[in-house]
Design a protein around this ligand. Structure first.
Ligand SMILES: [Zn+2]
Ligand SMILES: [Zn+2]
Length: 208
């Protein structure tokens, strides 16, 4: 097999890895990415908005946001907020070229829908737990764990014979109760209008 000669730097393929007819350092990858980007981050919970979804802040989530704005032949990529460098890996027949580009990422502080709902006292559902103190406590602990994965808890109120838990999302409660095979007495009332949509409040009465 004859050696390839990189047309840009003159390196030969017996000394360096090649991708197509270029060495990995000179491979002219056609990667299109903006030089400046803006991302929304919630001031309260620090979540960032990636592809329309509020996502827990992490380096991986930030990378996936930046990569979502870049197009090219790369198979994977990452972004480092400290250095502002995006790295794109291109792999062909076992050889890897790493392309680096500078991207300035501006964080735009906002308040996400969930945080604005929490501070506005919004809730969709009330879980009314009724029974002995011991049972109510057991169930509260278990429900909180499950609820926090799907929605938020707006407040709780001690009631004669139990506890009322106010939650952000009724659908989440329905899902959890069916998962636990719990029978609740359900009543629904129109609660108001938010952003042009009617929303309802549902009460779930659970006798333990
Ligand atoms: Zn080269
Ligand atoms: Zn938030």
């Amino acid at each position: 097999m004859t050696d390839l000669l990189c047309p840009k730097c003159g390196a030969t393929s017996n000394k360096k890895d090649f991708i197509e007819s270029f060495c990995v350092d000179c491979y002219p990858a056609n990667i299109k990415c903006p030089t400046k980007l803006k991302i929304e981050q919630c001031k309260r919970c620090e979540k960032i908005r990636v592809a329309g979804q509020w996502t827990k802040y992490s380096d991986a989530a930030l990378s996936s946001f930046v990569m979502g704005k870049c197009k090219g032949p790369h198979s994977e990529g990452s972004y480092d907020r400290e250095t502002g460098l995006a790295e794109f890996r291109i792999e062909r027949e076992g050889n890897i070229a790493v392309i680096r580009k500078n991207i300035i990422l501006e964080i735009v502080p906002v308040i996400c829908l969930q945080c604005s709902r929490i501070s506005g006292g919004y809730f969709q559902g009330i879980i009314q737990l009724r029974g002995s103190r011991k049972k109510v406590e057991e169930w509260t602990g278990m429900l909180y764990k499950k609820l926090k994965k799907k929605t938020f808890i707006a407040k709780e109120e001690e009631k004669h014979g139990g506890l009322d838990i106010y939650v952000g999302n009724s659908k989440a409660v329905v899902e959890i109760l069916s998962e636990l095979r719990v029978k609740a007495t359900i009543t629904t009332k129109l609660a108001g209008v938010e952003q042009g949509k009617r929303y309802y409040r549902t009460t779930f009465l659970i006798r333990l």
